[in-house]
Design a protein around this ligand. Structure first.
Ligand code: NDP
Ligand code: 8X3
Length: 252
């Protein structure tokens, strides 16, 4: 057996693809998300379902996170790799029109949820003297775009939190990597546009976005480099996405 990986947000997108990628290589996978039926389907689709343990979990609930980690069955309790993937964007309104509860949900999930899961899992890694935390950031952490406001802010937190984790964990043999993808067609835009599938699919119209499998491959790869190597940050975009020049507003 290769080891045990915990993937949050495993019911869809990168998380489901990463769970499959690790399982294919013989890893045990703890799959966590809120939608239990999706987790059940994923488990049953795996080559060895008994190597998969599913946990219904809302990462915004610190007590539930701590309790779920402490109640993992013994055979799944030694988490070697944590993939902090659960997250979302909500809305694309400008900052003067954005919905405050959307901002709060992004902060609660992308920042606080990621902190809760990390804090619950790290002591075991430190005790065992090994581990790897793979955080899923975004290009939005570094590169602003209209409507990215609070979402980009939450991913900037993930970027700096990842760096600071590295400094705290120096000498403890625990790796930390921040994977920062650009446009990828998952359920991300359907969630962002609150179920409007037409609007979501327009985001990827006429261009080839990344796939969940592309990102899963990178998540897997950063964990497979030699044990003395730490990939700090990995930014990736589809070829058809780059930055914009500075925008300048002119009066005439
Ligand atoms: P999806 O919407 O396909 O997947 C998001 C996953 O997060 C789902 O499994 C969802 O599960 C889970 N999730 C959301 N909220 C919670 C919560 N409160 N508790 C537990 N799980 C939760 O999107 P992606 O796969 O694209 O997104 C995964 C990560 O990648 C996110 O952090 C996103 O910000 C980031 N990202 C996405 C990019 C993209 O273009 N797609 C680019 C860069 C980064 P459930 O609803 O069942 O709880
Ligand atoms: C989302 C990436 O490029 O769609 O994290 O804003 S992008």
């Amino acid at each position: 057996m290769a080891g045990t990986v915990l993937v949050t947000g495993a019911s869809s997108g990168f998380g489901a693809a990463a769970a499959e990628r690790f399982a294919r290589e013989g890893w045990q996978v703890v799959i966590a998300a809120r939608r239990q039926e999706r987790l059940d389907e994923l488990k049953q689709s795996m080559p060895q379902p008994d190597h998969i343990h599913s946990v219904t979990l809302d990462v915004r609930d610190n007590e539930a996170v701590a309790s779920a980690i402490s109640r993992l069955p013994d055979s799944f309790a030694g988490i070697d790799i944590l993939v902090n993937n659960a997250g979302l964007a909500l809305g694309m309104e400008g900052a003067d029109e954005a919905v405050m509860t959307d901002w709060e949900t992004m902060v609660d999930t992308n920042i606080k949820g990621l902190m809760y899961v990390t804090r619950a899992v790290l002591p075991g890694m430190v005790e065992r003297g090994s581990g790897h935390v793979v955080n899923i950031g975004s290009v939005a952490a570094s590169w602003p775009y209209p409507g990215g406001n609070a979402y980009g802010g939450t991913k900037a937190f993930v970027q700096q939190f990842s760096r600071n984790l590295r400094t705290d964990l120096l000498g403890k043999n625990i790796r930390v990597t921040n994977v920062e993808p650009g446009m990828c067609e998952t359920e991300f835009s359907v969630v962002r546009f609150k179920g409007d599938e037409g609007k979501a699919s327009q985001v990827y119209n006429g261009m080839q976005p990344l796939s969940g499998a592309d990102v899963a491959e990178l998540i897997y790869w950063v964990t497979q480099v030699p044990a003395h190597v730490n990939i700090n940050q990995l930014e990736v975009m589809p070829v058809n996405q780059t930055w914009s020049p500075f925008a300048v507003h002119r009066d005439s």
